[in-house]
Design a protein around this ligand. Sequence first.
Ligand SMILES: Cc1cc2nc3c(=O)[nH]c(=O)nc-3n(C[C@H](O)[C@H](O)[C@H](O)COP(=O)(O)OP(=O)(O)OC[C@H]3O[C@@H](n4cnc5c(N)ncnc54)[C@H](O)[C@@H]3O)c2cc1C
Length: 378
Amino acid sequence: MNGTSTIAIAGAGPAGLAAATLLSRAGRTVVVHEKNATVGARFVGDLQVIEDASDRRENVPAMFTRLGLPAPSWVPATSAEFFDARMRRFEIASKEPYAWFVTRGPGEGTLDTTLLAGAQQAGAEIRFRSRVEPASVDLVATGPQTPDGLAREMAFETDRTTRVRVLFDPSVAPGGYAYLFTVGGRGTFGCAIVRDLGGIDGYFEKAKEKLLSVDAFPMEGRRDAYSFMNFALAPEPGRDGRPAAGEAGAFQDYLFGLGMRYAIASGALAAEALLTGGDFAALARERFGRRQRVSLVNRFLYEAGGAFGLSLFARLATRVDFRSVLSAFYRPGPVRLALAPLVAALWRNRGLCAHRLPPHWCRAREREIRAPELGRIG
Ligand SMILES: Cc1cc2nc3c(=O)[nH]c(=O)nc-3n(C[C@H](O)[C@H](O)[C@H](O)COP(=O)(O)OP(=O)(O)OC[C@H]3O[C@@H](n4cnc5c(N)ncnc54)[C@H](O)[C@@H]3O)c2cc1C
């Protein structure tokens, strides 16, 4: 690619739009192909959190400012209630925000439409209803490919005050968790699982009954959606021989599936590599490699801990500043780095998954979700 040719990006999610903004601002001609008619089409105005603990040197607003990305309307999260399988409540708090609430989807003020406006303002062209093959573009940012983790969510409007509730109970959210957020007039209840994906509806109902039984509150305009995420980590972030950012490049927080920060950071790094002619895979290994390996170990410990481990985690989290607890989990410490090759060996891809990735680690060691179920999820 020379300095004047058009840069083609597949996917207008956070990764693709962050890359497009930076490339356009540097004077490059950029076309982003988006298969859907809008950005954020798989989301329904649901609340998600951009975690603010994985990098103690730079908080989330500072990262947006440094990259010159427009800030969505966001709300800081400094407290939460955790529940264990026996519905014991643990209150956690942090001095600095451990995360920032944003909304996702095609509506006004969401992360997706804010990043879209920023990319367009910088001069990028976004071509909607344009599905392209990864091999035909300069950067792949097409999001998750297959459901390693699956969530059913309901988004609604409510006048309830700010609440963050998370239920850690493997019997209603195997390998995952259920969550209830009410923030700024909006609410979201979701159940995210990584095992027995076909049973999502049953888990959703059971988790809802448990978490919403704590107290009743009004909900209006309920919208339900299914969506999935990849839990696959690749030492070489490429797809079909092309650099890939965000979940398409296997960038993911393996612990909780909080992929937005990774998507934006890896999209920005891909833009840097395209501008400088740098080796994206090498840059990504250097920037994210250790964190990704530790995240693999975190997920292993999270699943191995079962109900007892999760209860212990919730209890510990009440004792200290929660942002510090999360930071400690994300920090690539020597013990977990030493454990990483063991987990990687256990979870190396044995050909059970359908990720079009180079050699990688994933937890698709059970059957893939069946095709008819995928149709329903879209
Ligand atoms: C229910 C749910 C809750 C979540 N909650 C959180 C949370 O609280 N915090 C967090 O950090 N993360 C969360 N995540 C994960 C987060 O949403 C993703 O990690 C993030 O959106 C990944 O960004 P991305 O740009 O890589 O991909 P995406 O956001 O998926 O964007 C990819 C885009 O590419 C388009 N596309 C796909 N294929 C093609 C093609 N062939 N041609 C053209 N366009 C194509 C898609 O339509 C899409 O618009 C959640 C995920 C789910 C499913």
